[in-house]
Write a protein that binds this ligand. Structure first.
Ligand code: GDP
Ligand code: MG
Length: 291
């Protein structure tokens, strides 16, 4: 039995369901998923192992035109995902305009890296419309596998997996086989808190915050976590905290539940809010946050 392994990078416009799909493929909730664009800022590796294979998935931030430094560094991540893949999963859906970002599609087309086009969210269309859309993608990417599926309904993901296994090269495992992800737990804790912020606040708030873990103490039966939410303006601090601290308390409670589920351990969380004026544009600060 030959062993196969490969880096499989998931690309596509925001909101097409990349994170949902990767989580299905990996089988555990790794990337945070919300209906707001730009939820996924970093590349996340999810690793799936079998006796004779190892697939290393990277989920990427959606494609966008950078408006400020943070987005520039997010796009660098997207571009680096183009370079080191054994296989690219380009994800589109039945909702977005067919050739949205045609320039970027052209770039992907030029790459010699094997590709699979995934048409997601087919639960939202009918077979006639899907046939049409399929043909258009076929025209744009001739000789490329196209897989329609519904990540949400877990429909046709097995076929995608089979195809991925066919297309990744023979090679050894890159990571120990019992390792689910190369990120530390604390990274997921920041992502979970950020997800709650995205869910419970509107307008510019979700895009003005950064979550930092100040302290992460793993005791035998409990994780003790102190997190800082950085905001850009004083007024945002008030909004985040809410009347009598209610909003922040809610965020903390919701995050704690998810963190406990993720780590399989009780958690105690304290969250503070701090004004940090220019974090989005300040390169050295960005570095501190790991961008
Ligand atoms: P990403 O930005 O590409 O990572 O997209 P997400 O995975 O965060 O998903 C964006 C939104 O699309 C979320 O509200 C998902 O629940 C939804 N979504 C993902 N896959 C499907 C699908 O197969 N069908 C439907 N109807 N919605 C989906
Ligand atoms: Mg995502």
């Amino acid at each position: 039995m030959k062993h196969r392994s490969g880096f499989v990078n998931i690309l596509g416009n925001p909101n097409v369901g990349k994170s949902t799909m990767m989580n299905r493929l990996v089988g555990q909730k790794l990337s945070i998923i919300t209906s707001k664009a730009q939820t996924t800022r970093h590349r996340i590796k999810g690793i799936v192992n079998g006796d004779d294979f190892q697939i290393v998935y990277s989920d990427t931030p959606g494609i966008l035109n950078p408006k400020y430094k943070l987005q520039e560094s997010m796009m660098k991540t997207v571009n680096s995902a183009l370079e080191d893949a054994d296989l690219i999963l380009y994800v589109t859906d039945v909702v977005e305009k067919f050739d949205k970002n045609s320039e970027y599609l052209e770039k992907i087309k030029q790459l010699k890296t094997p590709k699979i086009i995934v048409i997601n969210k087919i639960d939202l269309t009918d077979s006639q419309k899907l046939d049409k859309l399929y043909s258009r993608w076929e025209e744009l990417f001739p000789n490329t596998a196209i897989v329609p599926l519904s990540a949400l309904n877990n429909f046709n993901l097995n076929n995608l997996l089979d195809l991925i296994l066919e297309k990744i090269p023979e090679g050894p495992a890159w990571f120990p086989k019992d390792q689910l992800t190369d990120r530390f737990e604390r990274y997921f804790v920041t992502e979970i808190i950020r997800e709650k912020i995205l869910l419970y606040y509107s307008k510019e708030i979700p895009y003005s915050v950064e979550v930092e873990i100040e302290e992460y103490i793993e005791e035998k039966n409990i994780n003790r976590i102190r997190a800082l939410i950085h905001v850009v303006r004083e007024s945002q601090k008030g909004i985040i905290i809410g009347h009598k601290g209610r909003m922040l308390k809610k965020i903390g409670t919701e995050a704690r539940k998810d963190i406990e589920e993720f780590t399989g351990k009780k958690a105690f969380i304290e969250i503070y809010v701090k004004v940090n004026k220019e974090w989005r544009d300040n390169a050295s600060k960005l570095k501190n946050f790991g961008y």
